[in-house]
Design a protein around this ligand. Structure first.
Ligand code: FAD
Length: 382
């Protein structure tokens, strides 16, 4: 749902200009330093990018899902690591509080996330619980006015810079499944938190992940989000929205890769004419354009349905599955169209080829999306 077409057009135009004039020229530096330049971080905060999805009454822009997708496509046209830094505040790090937090929690945390003063992160994955997240082992044991957390979380995006951790932990040891899990806000200064070294990754340099270890970490009981046992259901709701966002970013990245490949194919000559006039190159360009357009239609349609209050579990997974696989194919073709140059780090397609690999892995792998889609189909038929 677009609330006011003119306002959203202005916002998207503004972000497109910021991406083109500030982020694209800084891509190489961020990849080399594996660090977001301070001036760009500050500009992102000033533009309100940390509060895109936080409701207006808590200082954010309160974008609808369709509006968020238009923004995510615009942000996708540069290195995904830029988006990743404010992505957790807008998505998986704050959404549980937006969906299920108390008024006091909303008042305390959301305005700080919206300005970027505080960064949040989402702690679900563990060394022995990835796709099977409901089997997580981190425990939260009630002790008077506190819960005591013990366990290790793995590959946590933005943990190194986070002020708060949204942690899923088991409050009911007798229930080994999803219903035994609760969700907590843990502030970074709470004694008993240790961060592991920054992970060395394949791509998205500048977006930092690491382990988060909780050892007898005492968290005030008021920091539980919702009721005991609701944590996993809330986390799945959070991921439903996050998956659509990732699908939107995948469309934006695909559009960028298509532009880079087309520009290169027009200027590079072989056999006496531009690559773009070779029909096999045209086939790769046309396939990429067609698939990116299909993904864009899917994700926008799903976003509109979600804004209308429909259950979009199937469509959300289908969008994430198709868009993230699509951008993998588009990145592969973009490298192919560049020939040997596509293997060289001088060209952005080399970096994007590595960056986009992540989209098929996190917030539910492609196989997990397939399982969700099929499970929903079977449920609807029986
Ligand atoms: C860079 C990065 C950032 C991340 N950020 C976060 C974060 O901020 N917060 C967070 O909580 N997590 C985060 N993750 C974790 C991510 O969500 C998990 O890595 C992902 O869910 C997969 O879990 P796994 O790595 O344990 O793989 P596994 O679950 O071990 O899966 C391995 C393979 O088996 C397949 N598989 C598993 N089960 C089945 C099945 N039933 N049927 C068919 N195939 C199956 C998977 O699809 C995959 O191909 C991040 C990961 C990375 C790499």
């Amino acid at each position: 749902m677009i609330r006011d077409p003119e306002t959203i057009k202005q916002l998207v135009d503004l972000i497109e200009r910021f991406v083109r004039d500030r982020l694209v020229p800084a891509e190489n530096k961020m990849a080399e330093d594996a660090r977001l330049p301070d001036d760009i971080l500050q500009e992102m905060k000033e533009l309100g990018l940390f509060g895109l999805t936080i409701p207006e009454e808590y200082g954010g822009l309160g974008l609808t899902m369709e509006e968020e997708i238009l923004v995510s496509i615009a942000l996708g046209r540069t290195s995904p690591a830029f988006r990743s830094i404010m992505g957790t505040n807008n998505g998986i790090g704050s959404a549980a509080i937006v969906f299920n937090g108390t008024e006091a929690q909303k008042q305390k945390y959301l305005p700080r996330y919206a300005t970027g003063e505080w960064v949040s992160c989402f702690c679900l994955t563990e060394p022995d619980a990835g796709s099977d997240a409901a089997s997580l082992k981190t425990t939260a044991v009630r002790d008077g006015d506190h819960y005591i957390l013990n366990g290790t979380k793995r590959y946590i995006t933005n943990a190194k810079v986070a002020h708060t951790f949204n942690v899923m932990a088991r409050t009911d040891p007798d229930n080994k499944g999803a219903r035994g899990i609760s969700s907590f806000i843990v502030e970074k200064d709470t004694p008993g938190i240790t961060l592991g070294p920054v992970d060395k990754k394949m791509g998205q340099a500048g977006s930092l992940t690491c382990d988060v270890i909780f050892e007898d970490c005492r968290v005030p009981a008021e920091n539980i989000i919702g009721e005991e046992g609701e944590g996993f259901v809330t986390a799945m709701k959070v991921l439903d929205r996050g998956r659509l966002h990732i699908a939107g970013v995948s469309v934006g990245v695909a559009e960028r890769l298509i532009k880079d490949a087309l520009d290169y194919a027009i200027q590079r000559k072989q056999f006496g004419k531009p690559l773009a006039e070779q029909q096999l190159i045209q086939a790769m360009l046309a396939d990429s354009q067609t698939e990116a357009y299909a993904a864009k239609c899917m994700v926008l349609e799903t976003a509109r349905k979600r804004d209308n209050g429909e259950n979009v579990s199937t469509e959300s997974s289908a969008s994430k599955y198709f868009a993230t696989e699509m951008v993998g194919r588009v990145a592969d073709r973009a490298v192919q169209i560049h020939g040997g140059a596509g293997y060289m780090s001088e060209y952005a397609v080399e970096r994007f080829y590595r960056d986009v690999r992540l989209f098929r892995l996190y917030e539910g792998t492609s196989q997990i999306q397939q399982l969700i889609i099929a499970r929903n189909m079977i449920k609807a038929a029986s």
